[in-house]
Ligand binder design. Sequence first.
Ligand SMILES: [Zn+2]
Length: 109
Amino acid sequence: MSTSWDEASRCPRDGAFTGKVTSRKVIPRSQGGGQLVTLVCPEDNCEYSEFGWTVQIRPDNTIPDKQDPKDRPKQFKNTMTETAKQAVRDALAQQVESEMKPGTEVRNY
Ligand SMILES: [Zn+2]
């Protein structure tokens, strides 16, 4: 699952305001690649106007869904067997590998 930049760049509190990009950190390919973009809310009274929030952009320019701990199904962690955990780790390792293909350009938003 992924979310759009339009959605991710909107203030988590107001929703209506689009944040201003204040910094853009490129993640080295050895750490999976992609970018971490920090945004602040243009609304002065907003709690996000000072420290802002961070949006992760994957090397393929998709944005992972916001990770809200409240939204995560609780049983997910408890019912995972060691075999299932290993399968997830393998899948992730494979995904990282395929994302590190040479020639993948990081698009600037
Ligand atoms: Zn705001």
